[in-house]
Design a protein around this ligand. Structure first.
Ligand code: GLN
Ligand code: ZN
Length: 764
């Protein structure tokens, strides 16, 4: 018998029950008991529904009210001191670490969050120091194992592995300089032993221990840590399935195959090429091999034929008893169920598979591989064949014109007419901007009123005309404000945009939108990424109407505002049948047309935001160059069609460019704006050392907090920046867009920003 498994399940609930309960608890509207009850209901739903799909190895212990890494930290007593001593319950300490707490005399900011590998999920970063006092505050694996068991569901609990736990954490502020979290391994292992032996005593046959860092380059030097850890844990634990995902093991395979664990899980969605190597490596061992053939990262129906082929190949070498058919990773990154989508056409629905449908997929594939004679299995296999064939046909007959256009891209299409040094002079005359020009990143406060008007319009309660009138008034007031405060390069404020990706996706062909396909980004924040289903093109202008309107009501130059190709791609569910590169290029061509239309309409500066370029970096260093090549090319393709006189801008929401510096230069944007208010001046030093040659706007204040920066404070920052950067390269702007801010602090902050620029013009 071939077993089937799911590595983890979304926690939100089919109707966002957990999100709603968590937020109600924060708002003081429900009690901790109510919250626990809401969570229990969703866990019950997950377990019983996954079981009903026929999955044999069902996960438990991976549920979370906020973040599973945060659960793990609190469970292991990895709680920074600043959250203690306020008389908070464990639950409130947990939420305070996740989101900060400012109430009743307690004022603690949240712990740092980081992106979970190359996904859009964010985890709360554990903080370790010499003082960290590991102990088990509770045993989540045992609790949920028992909770599921009481419902008649036998589960395989999930635990984050010790090496990944330490590796993903950081040194706490109070740690000594040079402290390495991994140095705590020996101190941590006894607590893991306790956790796992309790789990064994509770009757768990297997435990899924996640060590996702095994797909990263630095894991190559952690052989000793892994060997020590698993030699200690294996004897006291249930059978350990060592789980890797999001990438390939590469050379780490050599030592991983020797670890004293009972099974190994590999991701064949992200890294199908590793199968042969892994089969060969585990063949002489006793290891069970779990094949991640059903993607935990996308929403596409699995091609059973391909999955069965991989499964059969493995069974031929290892035997059916040593093979598990699994999702590639936790299904956390997929929406709960396709059954909630009422607006997709039958044709579209037939393309997709969300979490529950994926659970059914692993179970069917495993049944086929077990030689099942069941009529339902045969029917599912046949239905899959038909769906995949239809989908392939749809893909094949997609838009030839777009594909031909991509094939016809030539290198000269990526380059501006003249080098920056020439363009900057032309632009100076055309735009007539002062030295130390001031500008903003694009959005202005998205007020209650704006959201209410949009909601009314979507519901059909107001007409298109009424809505447009409303947006015009908004733009006008944003323009008047910028004129009044004295900004130099204006923006229209983006009031018409629901979201910086969705807004464009809705106007491009090739995108599909869902009603309920929520995916966790962090804590209670969920996003609903658009799905790219076919070749992308632009039926007509997307932003020209609003940008032209905005330009028509002011004498000052107006900056057009677009989301870049790489960011649209990274924040959508991409197609799996063609490369990301092809999709980015199609998006770039669509944006290129938009940029040219904006120029034709008289817009003199255009910003193409690419906040997601860096987060799209592959996990393995050896894959970076290829990615950066097409990512940067796509950006260039989108903007390079304009004349020298048009000033191109790009924006990134971060500042740690580190290794990708040469790529930032290669973008050749006339102006880039970056987050810099919290960074020290080392960043600009690096720009200088790299010899960055174009204009740059390092944010002079933090927009993530309502705090108003004093005018002296901004002057000091500008001064520090000018100590490093040449005068003629500095542009003055905030860190990021202002959509999450209120008007009051926005006005005060921008007044101070303009005052600082005026001061600089006198002094420098
Ligand atoms: N132009 C966008 C804004 O100002 C940029 C947002 C972003 O970089 N995430 O809102
Ligand atoms: Zn930003």
């Amino acid at each position: 018998m071939v077993a089937s498994s799911v590595l983890g399940f979304p926690r939100i609930g089919a109707n966002r029950e957990v999100k709603k309960a968590v937020e109600a608890y924060w708002g003081g509207k429900i009690s901790a008991e109510d919250l626990t009850k809401a969570a229990a209901d969703v866990k019950k739903y997950n377990w019983t529904e996954v079981k009903a799909r026929g999955v044999t190895l069902i996960p438990s212990g991976e549920f979370s009210l906020y973040d599973h890494v945060l659960d793990h930290s609190v469970e292991f007593n990895v709680i920074p001191k600043r959250y203690l001593g306020h008389g908070l319950s464990t639950l409130d300490i947990y939420f305070a670490m996740g989101r900060g707490r400012q109430a009743a005399g307690v004022d603690v900011p949240a712990c740092e969050m980081k992106k979970w590998f190359d996904s859009n999920y964010h985890f709360v970063v554990p903080e370790f120091s010499e003082e960290t006092d590991f102990k088990l505050n509770f045993n989540k694996a045992v609790e949920e194992f028992n909770e599921a068991k009481a419902l008649g569901v036998a589960t395989r609990p999930v635990v984050l592995g010790p090496v990944s736990f330490l590796f993903l954490g950081k040194a706490a502020r109070e740690a000594k300089p040079g402290f390495q979290p991994l140095s705590l391994l020996a101190k941590l292992l006894p607590v893991y032993k306790q956790l796992l032996s309790e789990l064994k005593a509770a009757g768990a046959e297997w435990v899924q221990v996640d060590e996702p860092i095994l797909v990263l380059d630095p894991a190559a030097s952690l052989e000793k840590e892994f060997a020590t850890a698993y030699a200690e844990l294996a004897p006291v634990a249930p059978k350990i399935l060592l789980t890797t995902y999001f990438g390939r093991l590469d050379s780490n395979l050599t030592y991983v195959a020797k670890l004293p664990v009972a099974g190994l899980h590999i991701d064949l969605d992200r890294a199908p090429g590793q199968l042969d190597e892994v089969i060969a490596a585990v063949k002489p061992t006793q290891l069970v091999l779990s094949l991640g053939v059903v993607s935990g990262r996308n929403i596409w129906k699995t091609d059973f034929a391909a999955a069965i082929k991989s499964g059969q190949k493995t069974i031929d070498v290892l035997g059916a008893d040593r093979v598990i058919i699994a999702t590639s990773s936790s299904l956390l990154h997929t929406p709960v169920t396709l059954a909630s989508e009422k607006k997709l056409t039958a044709e579209q629905k037939d393309w997709f598979s969300f979490a529950l449908e994926k659970a059914a997929e692993v179970s069917t594939i495993a049944s086929v591989l077990s030689g099942s004679q069941d009529a339902a299995v045969a029917a599912a296999l046949e239905a899959n064949k038909v769906s995949i064939a239809k989908r392939r046909e749809f893909e094949r007959t997609s838009d030839d014109a777009v594909r031909n256009r991509v094939a016809a891209i030539t290198p000269d299409m990526l380059e501006r007419q003249s080098p920056f040094a020439v363009r900057v002079e032309v632009q100076k005359k055309k735009l007539n901007l002062p030295k130390f020009a001031t500008t903003t990143i694009g959005s202005f406060p998205q007020t209650k009123e704006i959201r209410a008007a949009r909601a009314k319009f979507t519901k059909g309660e107001i007409t298109q005309e009424q809505y447009d009138e409303f947006i015009k008034k908004e733009i006008e007031s944003v323009v008047r404000f910028q004129e009044k405060v004295g900004l130099d390069l204006l923006v229209h404020g983006e009031p018409e945009r629901n979201d910086m990706v969705q807004y464009f996706g809705e106007q491009l062909t090739g995108f599909v939108f869902t009603q309920n396909a929520w995916v966790q980004s962090y804590g209670s924040r969920y996003v609903r990424p658009p799905i790219i289903v076919s070749d992308v093109s632009r039926p007509g202008p997307m932003t020209v109407f609003w940008s032209s309107y905005a330009q028509s009501i002011t004498q000052k130059p107006m900056k057009g505002m677009l989301t870049g190709p790489v960011t649209i791609l990274n924040w959508s569910f991409p197609r799996a049948d063609v490369s990301r590169e092809l999709q980015a290029k199609q998006l770039a061509l669509a944006l290129r047309d938009e940029v040219l239309d904006l120029e034709k309409a008289g817009i003199q500066a255009i910003q193409v935001d690419e906040p997601a370029i860096r987060e799209g970096l592959p996990l393995r260093r050896s894959d970076w160059d290829n990615y950066l090549k097409w990512a940067v090319d796509s950006f260039k393709l989108s903007v390079a069609g304009v004349s020298d006189a048009l000033q191109t801008h790009s924006h990134f929401c971060y500042s740690d460019f580190g290794d990708i510096f040469p790529s930032i230069q290669r973008l050749d944007a006339d102006v880039i704006s970056i987050e810099a208010s919290k960074a020290d001046m080392k960043l600009l030093q690096t720009f200088k050392e790299y010899g960055y040659s174009n204009q740059i706007g390092p944010g002079v204040y933090d927009i993530h907090s309502p705090r108003v920066p004093g005018d002296q404070e901004i002057k000091d920052r500008v001064k520090a920046m000018l100590d490093i950067l040449p005068d003629q390269l500095l542009v003055i702007n905030p860190d990021c867009g202002l959509k999450t801010r209120g008007w009051k602090e926005t006005e005060a902050s921008l007044e101070n920003l303009v005052a600082a620029a005026r001061w600089a013009r006198q002094v420098y």
